[in-house]
Ligand binder design. Structure first.
Ligand SMILES: *Cc1c(COP(=O)(O)O)cnc(C)c1O
Length: 388
């Protein structure tokens, strides 16, 4: 009866007391998920319905994070992905067929644009990049075969706030779905489903994670049919998320309200101070009237987060703009905003219809948790680099 110690390493008879409770969600790691009997084996992905079947489809840690995001966004179901960009690509691959047409705002997150023009095009999906401020006019750029209208509000870098309800009405009239990149709002400052959106995604990497140390994405849907489509596509595309990353995101959620409150107040004060400077032509902060689409922010949003851009006054060369960013001591230079440390990145923005030429004069900031006064002093000390 007594088994060898080698076997006991793997098949143990020990048990620990049950009933442990703590405030932290346990990290359940596992590729293999155990079944109670041979006949119970199944590889169905919908763990909510069939129970746990395989680590790729979720463990209690990832299912808890998904359910928490869903609850915050007032959705029907949430699916997690390894990053925000994989949430974007999964949505496109799950919901589009060869021969379909999609609409994407010109202000969209650049990798979304690259996916559309470099990859979807190879699968026979055509796209039109539209003016983010078009509103109800989106109906006029739709085609017979337009299946999906992407919105991102505010847009990445150039910050245009979109009239999402008007776009949703026009899209639905013509039978298209509306998909929102809700990363700037952390899924909480804009109630997407109340404004007509069908599918939202977020880079959990940003405000939910909140500490620049995790890459995750989420997709939240309005109804069960969309959940089935996206879940089935996720299974075969094979988007797995790490339970360790999910536990970091669950921890991030606990402090997200205080982080958002601090960066909102700080970003607004910094934006207003920059607006008064002669070196700054325009501040692109959704809560300020100088931002395109500000009226929609005022009507539809519950607040603002800590990311905004400025357009510098004409004069400085591209190298002088770089010198300004390099002269900042507290603002680090890097992608993936919404962490605790402030960031600055200089962008060159190609001319577009209905948008003034920003060219190399745009700098985007992500405000972190440093003292607002110190950040303002850092900016004021660096601005003279624009004319040196
Ligand atoms: C960062 C970002 C993404 C992509 O998220 P990753 O987790 O870095 O893949 C998507 N959309 C927006 C608006 C973003 O800022």
């Amino acid at each position: 009866m007594s088994r060898s110690w080698q076997t006991r390493l793997l098949h143990s008879a020990v048990s620990v007391p049950e009933g442990y409770r703590s405030l932290a969600t346990a990290v359940y790691r596992g590729s293999t998920t155990l079944f109670p009997s041979a006949s119970a084996v199944t590889d169905q992905w919908d763990q909510e319905r069939v129970g746990y079947t395989y680590g790729l489809y979720g463990t209690p840690t990832s299912l808890e994070l998904a359910a928490r995001i869903c609850e915050l966004e007032n959705g029907c179901h949430t699916i997690l992905t390894p990053g925000g960009q994989s949430a974007i690509s999964l949505i496109d691959f799950a919901l589009l067929n060869s021969g379909d047409h999609i609409l994407v705002p010109r202000s969209v997150y650049r990798p979304n644009r690259q996916l559309t023009s470099a990859l979807l095009s190879r699968f026979g999906v055509t796209a039109t990049f539209y003016d983010p401020l078009i509103g109800a006019g989106v109906g006029e750029v739709m085609q017979e075969n337009t299946r999906l209208v992407w919105v991102e509000s505010p847009g990445s870098v150039t910050m245009e706030v979109q009239d999402v309800p008007a776009i949703a009405r026009a899209a639905h009239e013509r039978g298209a779905l509306v998909v929102l990149d809700n990363t700037w709002s952390a899924g909480v400052l804009f109630d997407a489903f109340a404004h007509g959106v069908d599918v939202t995604m977020q880079a959990i990497t940003k405000y939910v994670g909140g500490h620049s140390d995790v890459l995750l994405g989420s997709i939240t849907v309005r109804d069960e049919a969309l959940y089935q489509k996206l879940g089935a596509a996720r299974q075969v595309i094979g988007c797995a998320t790490s339970p360790d990353d999910c536990s970091l995101a669950l921890r991030g959620l606990q402090t997200m309200a205080v982080r958002l409150a601090v960066v909102e107040a700080s970003a607004l004060e910094i934006a207003r101070r920059l607006a008064d400077r002669p070196e700054v032509e325009r501040v692109l902060h959704p809560a300020l009237p100088s931002c395109p689409g500000h009226q929609f922010w005022k009507r539809d949003f519950l607040g603002s987060s800590g990311v905004f851009s400025i357009v510098l006054s004409p004069g400085p060369t591209r190298e002088q703009v770089f010198a300004f960013v390099d002269a900042l001591e507290l603002f680090e230079i890097g992608y993936s905003w919404a962490g605790t440390t402030s960031l600055a990145v200089a962008y060159t923005i190609a001319p577009a219809p209905n948008r003034p030429a920003y060219d190399h004069r745009l700098v985007r900031f992500s405000i972190g948790l440093e003292s607002t006064d110190d950040l303002i002093a850092d900016l004021e000390a660096a601005l003279p680099a624009l004319s040196r």
